[in-house]
Write a protein that binds this ligand. Sequence first.
Ligand code: SR1
Ligand code: MG
Length: 423
Amino acid sequence: MTGTKPFEALSVETLPKRLGENAALSERIGKDASRWTVREVGDGNLNLVFIVEGDKGAAVVKQALPYVRLVGDSWPLPLKRSFFEYHALTRQERRAPGSVPAIYHFDEGQALIVMEYLSPHVILRRALIDGRELPNIARDIGLFMARTLFRGSDLSMVTKERKADLALFADNVELCDITENLVFSDPYFDAEMNRHTSPQLDGVVAELRADRDLKVEAQRLKHLFAANAETLLHGDLHSGSIMVTDTETRMIDPEFAFYGPIAFDVGMLLANFWMAFFSQRGHEEKGSRDSMRAYLLKVTAETWAIFRAEFSQLWRTERTGMLYHRSLFEDQGDRLAAEQALGHVLSGIWTDLLGFAGIEVHRRILGLAHNADFETIADENLRATCEARALRFGRHIAVNRRQIHSIDEVNNLAALIEQESTI
Ligand code: SR1
Ligand code: MG
């Protein structure tokens, strides 16, 4: 799988020549590379993404660059993130079959993965901005999270294998470092790469940076993220890492994968639904988004319900790891004790996911990596109003997470804050 040539970034022009002999690719899309058409479509922050089409079909070639694409070569980033993405995808496919693109080829030296071209899929974030009410995303994403997060933990795995895997992914240091800084710290001080809608949000930003309870909570969450190696996370599970059709959902881009708390993936994902909710007011040029707002809140509630139900089902039927071993519970006829323990685990995930969700909202509005939900609102005053509401919501759920007991409570709060008129 690993070539011997020095790394070289692909381009639209060089790709057919360089990958023309690659059997995995040519067998799938057609052997005559001179007839291939290549488009570079990467719109993420880090990598090159090519769609390659030949006589027989199409495939995606994703290649890491030795730096952060969003910033440029002043911010070097190791190519090995492609290795972690490849290994995370293989595990996710095993644990949640059909939920990720099929992998055709991996070249570690060139940091490239050849994978299934998902068509007519679009990025979920784009679909939500366009106001599309997709019927299956709560079910598909809820199941994906429950299956990958449960099955990658000591609730399920042979502990020796889990520890070996933990050691493997522990080397994804630089991508963890991005999250540790960009998500948990930068939004709460005047970090160099931060930006926000200014001057409209200047006052709110000053308030948040002076908010002692919020800053302490963000650091407690960072501590949890760094120290609780509970399961193999996707690590960057936002609506830009999910591709959809009206009926199909696939998770992509797990290059941030590492062992961390279950609640991190769930919290980051739900935060992105809540941000989609708060941004809808900025996308009403063609008509009211009342229905879309109601849909998005329903999706958060359903995703959490599906996650809980599937996680509970796996707890009852697949708890083969060393944690909460059956010998202490079911094998003694004490099913209720196992249910009691499940309740504690789910309640811990709930409390922590609210914290992770709150700070994910903050970093997408105050940090380096913003999201298109808000960024595509051209009217800056309107954008700032949407963002300010989301910031207030994020602060509330992060700081008060131990006192919030249901998703309906959170969604009622979101609906109330969304109606507030001023920044
Ligand atoms: C410098 S990378 C910025 C962000 O892009 C990725 O998608 C992650 O979310 C990361 O935090
Ligand atoms: Mg990504």
